[in-house]
Every structure is written in C-alpha cells, then in structure tokens.
Design a protein around this ligand. Structure first.
Ligand code: ADP
Ligand code: MG
Length: 354
C-alpha cells in the first residue's frame, strides 16, 4: 500500500498573517481581483503595473498613510470600516481636484499576529468601495512590521473639464467669491467623540449616534460632485475638508495669496443630530468648524454663477450651502447673531506638533 500523505487540502487553513505569508496573501488577493481592464493594461502580478491612459489626459496622484494608534484605533475601528476609509480619503482628495479616480496602489505593513480574517475583511471592504467608483487595484507592497501601517496611492484623470482639463486648485480664490460647503459639517468630529466615549451615547438618540459614528468611520467621498463642479469651469478654488472647515479654509486662503473670509454662522449646514447637540449645549458651532475628517468639499465661485452652482447641487444630489465670502482681510471672521467674531485659525492637525 502506498503511504497516504496528508493532502494539502486537509491542512489547517492559515489563521494569522504569519501563517498566510506574503506570497499567500498576494495569491489570495489576485484570486479576488477582476482582470485588468480599460486603461490598466497590467495589474497585480508583475514587477510593475502598466497604466496607459489616453494621451493628453491629465494624471493626478494622491497618497495617504494611516498608522495604527495615530490615525485609527483598532479598539473601535473594524477591519471593514478601515478598508473603506483608507480608500475613501484618497477618493476625496481626487474629488477635490475634479478628477475621476482610476487605479489604486495599496501598501501594507502587517504585524505577524494579525488575524487572516481581519485582513480578508479589510480587503473585501477596500475592493467593495473600489468597485463602486470603478477603481482598479493595480499593485502595492506587503511587508511585516510591529505596527499596522496602511498606505494607499490613487491615480485619477482630469478629462472633459471646461478649463482645458486643468484640475481645480486651492489657489484660485478671488476677493468677492462666494464660499460653499457640501453636505453637513462637524459630524465626523462628533462621531469620533462618541466612539471615544467623550460624548455620552445617552445624550443622543440611537439613530443620531449611528449617523454620527458612520460619518466618522465611513465618510462619503464627493467624487461625482467634485467632477461636476470642475467640469462646469465655474469653480475658482476647491479642497476637501480633512482638517476642519477653519483650517482647510485657511489653507485655501493662504494658497490664494493671503486672502480672508467672512462666514455666517446661520448658514453653516448642520445635520439633525449635530443641531440637537448644539441646541442642548453639548457642543458648539465653533467646535464643529474646527473638527476634522468630514471629507466634504469646500469651494469658491463668483456670485454671478449662483444659479449654475444650484443646478449642480441638484444634479449631483448633494446639498450645497453658501456659508460666506472671500475678503482681503487675511483673517477669517464669522458673524454670530449679528456680532462679528474672529475665528483664530489653528492650521489643522500637525503630526509633528500635536
Ligand atoms: P516585487 O518583489 O517585484 O516588488 P512583490 O512580491 O512585492 O513584487 O509583489 C508582487 C505583485 O503583487 C506586484 O504586482 C505588487 O504590485 C503586488 N502586490 C504586493 N502587495 C500588494 C498589496 N498589498 N496590494 C496590491 N498589490 C500588491
Ligand atoms: Mg515589492
């Protein structure tokens, strides 16, 4: 009789990243990926990806790095939420330039003891969001490290824009421009406070709490809106709100040559749960304007194009609020019940100073 060797099919499936190994992970990943298509001629599997967009297309690239314990806390961030958010923040950056996303690159530093199931959930959520925006995962790198680090790079194209296919920059704001913001602001900040237990769940109804936590964990990148705004040629300057309205508006004003802004507190768009927390005195409007990670778009446009901007809001199905105007003061002021206050601008989260 022949010696019966245990067949590989019956060996224990890998439970940790160490058991799975780098090549096991890449093989798993390749099984999940659809074949490269369109402008992507060659995706995961060779020494480099081959991407060949139509000649003359403007190619935009953005990259973001997330470190466990710094940018996310595994205690309240699930693998699926992280898979979603690590791509969503890059989609938001391209949206802010008016670009259409195309190819993503995912680099992972993984602790050996990380569970394979965690990684599976992470990848499934990442690929789920990628598919929703027609993004192909074209490559990346996988290494072992003591902390989980995720780096996502995203390429996109600016085609079909009114401004000769030039992306919308932060630097184009003009004195007298209207300032707009999409969606609502401050939800992500409140969601984070809830997740961290700094705001009591009992202070808010269940659906409100879920909404706010979701806005922090799964922000919607305004890709279609950003592209439509850029394609209209009517927007002078744009960025996405990652550091908070005050800090990001400050970045736009500085980039536009040291301009200022006057905001109207009554025009700041708040969600129902955020409004209720403000009304109950549990948070204030200024806090909501300095809290980050809303991933809404902030942009400026000449008052002559207001009706065009309203049309875009309707077509893109995203609310747009006119919150103020650009001035020459080099400062940000806000009118609160008829009284004008200066919003002292901290310039956002600084990784080396905060
Ligand atoms: P090399 O040693 O030539 O750099 P690798 O073994 O690192 O190749 O990667 C093999 C293939 O798998 C490449 O196409 C690479 O882009 C892809 N890849 C590796 N890690 C990832 C990842 N985390 N996400 C997507 N693709 C990956
Ligand atoms: Mg490599």
């Amino acid at each position: 009789m022949q010696n019966q060797k245990p067949s590989r099919d019956h060996s224990c499936p890998p439970e940790t990243v160490a058991e799975l190994g780098e090549f096991g992970f890449i093989a798993d990943l390749r099984r999940r990926l659809p074949p490269a298509s369109g402008d992507l001629k060659l995706g995961v599997g060779d020494d480099a990806a081959w991407w060949q967009p139509e000649s003359g297309s403007g190619i935009l690239t953005t990259t973001d790095m997330l470190v466990a314990g710094v940018h996310f806390d595994l205690a309240y961030t699930s693998a699926a939420n992280l898979g979603y958010k690590s791509l969503a923040v890059n989609l938001s950056d391209l949206a802010a330039m008016g670009a259409k996303p195309a190819c993503a690159y995912l680099s992972l530093a993984l602790p050996a003891e990380l569970k394979k199931i965690w990684l599976d959930e992470y990848i499934m959520a990442f690929l789920g969001l990628a598919a929703a925006y027609n993004v192909q995962l074209a490559g990346g790198d996988t290494v072992a490290a003591s902390e989980l680090v995720i780096s996502v790079t995203l390429n996109g194209l600016v085609n079909g824009l009114a401004s000769k296919n030039k992306p919308v920059l932060r630097s184009g704001a003009k004195i007298g421009d209207d300032i707009y913001v999409s969606g609502t602001v401050g939800d992500s900040f409140l969601g984070l406070q809830l997740l961290q237990g700094r705001l009591e769940r009992s202070d808010i109804d269940v659906s409100g709490a879920t909404f706010l936590a979701d806005r922090h964990l799964r922000p919607t990148p305004r890709v279609d809106l950003g592209h439509r705004l850029a394609a209209s040629g009517k927007v002078n300057a744009m960025l996405d709100i990652s550091d908070g309205v005050v800090a990001d508006l400050g970045h736009l004003l500085t980039a536009s040559g040291g301009l200022g802004a006057e905001l109207d507190q009554a025009a700041i768009p708040l969600s129902r749960p955020a409004f209720e927390l403000v009304t109950a005195g549990l948070t204030d409007c200024r806090g909501l304007l300095t809290g980050g990670e809303d991933y809404e778009l902030l942009f400026t446009a000449n008052p002559a194009v207001r009706s065009k901007i309203s049309e875009i809001a309707i077509t893109a199905e995203v609310a747009l609020s006119r919150i103020g105007r650009i001035t020459n003061t080099e400062k940000i002021f806000m009118s609160v019940n008829g009284v004008t206050e200066e919003l002292s601008g901290r310039s956002g989260y600084d990784h080396f100073q905060d």
